[in-house]
Design a protein around this ligand. Structure first.
Ligand SMILES: CC(C)(COP(=O)(O)OP(=O)(O)OC[C@H]1O[C@@H](n2cnc3c(N)ncnc32)[C@H](O)[C@@H]1OP(=O)(O)O)[C@@H](O)C(=O)NCCC(=O)NCCS
Length: 159
């Protein structure tokens, strides 16, 4: 893996950046992407937080959206621009999510990921998430194809 650009910074994802986030989401998820309206509604939810990864020229590279309620943090979505994948940016965003969750009093983090998403599963496992359950046929891929979601959890005391 090539390392992330040395000038990479994480900045709060504010509503004005939602259109950029939607572009990255579309590039990363294709037909399963969330549009700007959906992303904006999520960011407006109580407890929602977003982090954008940008390079030295403020070019957006990826983002993570999460929801923090009482002692539980949920990683809602993570998307890295395909031309910047496999450079460690997803890892940086996930670590930042876990640290923020812990510092704001969280004890547990969780997420759902498609059972066939080898890249994301490998990243989450490496960062300490543990597979704890399933949601059968959770994702619809068209043509009657359905894919299970894996539920992964992280005990934040471990970091
Ligand atoms: C999954 C995703 C977020 C990973 O982000 P990234 O910045 O490319 O990941 P990193 O460079 O930090 O990779 C960390 C580790 O994840 C795993 N990984 C990442 N991409 C991978 C790939 N294409 N194939 C296999 N493993 C992969 C590897 O273990 C990698 O470590 P390594 O490069 O040392 O082998 C990114 O590929 C993406 O946006 N995918 C499309 C959207 C998506 O699936 N989001 C997650 C949904 S829950």
């Amino acid at each position: 893996m090539a390392g992330p650009t040395p000038t990479l910074r994480l900045i709060p994802l504010i509503p004005a950046m939602i259109p950029l986030a939607a572009e990255i989401h579309r590039a990363a998820f294709g037909a399963e992407s969330w549009d700007a309206k959906s992303l904006g509604e999520i960011l407006a939810m109580p407890g929602a937080q977003g982090r954008f990864a940008v390079d030295g020229g403020d070019q957006p590279l990826g983002f993570l959206l999460s929801l923090h309620i009482l002692d539980t943090a949920e990683l809602l979505t993570l998307a890295i621009d395909p031309t910047h994948q496999r450079h460690g940016i997803g890892t940086i965003l996930v670590r930042n999510f876990l640290e923020n969750a812990k510092h704001s009093g969280g004890t547990n983090a969780f997420l759902e990921v498609a059972a066939d998403n080898i890249a994301a599963i490998s990243l989450y496992k490496r960062e300490g998430f543990v597979h704890e359950g399933y949601r059968r046929d959770y994702y619809h891929r068209g043509c009657n194809i359905r894919v299970d979601a894996y539920v992964f959890c992280h005990r934040l005391a471990q970091i």
